[in-house]
Ligand binder design. Structure first.
Ligand code: SAM
Length: 241
């Protein structure tokens, strides 16, 4: 079986990427900043430009996008969040037009459909890190598990709390030890604070890899429009007679 290739947009240092790799995808990343620790092939540039390039997209079977979340995060409510870009709507519009199966990931509060809400606790990780996933295909579970363990309090020594068996909040430039909590051993503390545990995208990726793009109606519709993009509706109707 030939391998399926996934385009990982807004890729950061590759938390999402690694999960898709574990699920069986070959992964290619795009980020606006250099990502020297990204574990796969990575291109530097604006994700929306790559997403708008139909020729480039022909090399892929699926797309994942993690647009910047600062605009939607509840952590900075006293800050003026309007200074941060709102890339969710343009990203979704391009994904829908791509005809490929896609996944958007972001924080609670982001303007998206929560087809799956994943938490580290469901994967045996010591982090309560909720992330929403909107998918162009049906996804199921896993059930959310109640938070029974205490997370580190503000100002508390996080490393000690972790060493004593506690759960972590992964924000700010946390030390790279927090990678163990996330299932990541190749990032520095800053990169970790932006990443998601690969277990989340491994879970989504195992469902995504079963989506047969040729039976996906959206794919067929986009392929049809592409084929006829230089013709008017009247001309298309004429040809179908
Ligand atoms: C939340 S992080 C992604 C984390 C990643 N999914 C992971 O799990 O490790 C969002 C990333 O989007 C990148 N970014 C912001 N604007 C961008 C743009 N217009 N095009 C491409 N990347 C962009 C940032 O540099 C940042 O690395």
């Amino acid at each position: 079986m030939s391998s399926r290739r996934l385009l990982d947009l807004f890729c950061g240092a590759g938390g999402a990427a690694m999960g898709y790799y574990w699920a069986g995808f070959e992964v290619v990343g795009v980020d606006i900043k250099p990502q020297p620790h990204y574990p796969f092939v990575v291109f530097q540039g604006d994700a929306l430009e790559f997403l708008g390039d139909r020729d480039w997209l022909r090399g892929f079977d699926a797309i994942h996008a993690s647009p910047p979340c600062q605009r939607y995060t509840t952590l900075g409510t006293r800050e003026d969040l309007s200074a941060y870009p709102d890339l969710m709507a343009p990203t979704r519009a391009f994904l829908e037009a791509s005809g490929l199966p896609w996944v958007i990931e972001n924080v609670p509060g982001a303007p998206m459909r929560p087809d799956a809400v994943l938490c580290g606790n469901s994967f045996g990780l010591r982090v309560y890190r909720h992330r929403l996933f909107e998918c162009s295909f049906p996804v199921t579970g896993p059930a959310h598990r109640k938070h029974l363990m205490r997370v580190n309090r503000r100002g508390e020594n996080r490393l000690r709390h972790w060493q004593e068996g506690g759960f972590l909040t992964v924000t700010g430039d946390i030390g790279s030890y927090a990678g163990v909590a996330m299932g990541i051993d190749w990032m520095n503390g800053n990169e970790l604070s932006q990443a998601i545990p690969p277990a989340y995208t491994e879970f989504i990726g195992k469902q995504l890899i079963k989506v047969d793009r040729t039976s996906d109606m959206r794919y067929l519709e986009a392929a049809y429009k592409e084929q006829h993009r230089h013709l008017s509706l009247a001309e298309i109707a004429e040809r179908q007679k």
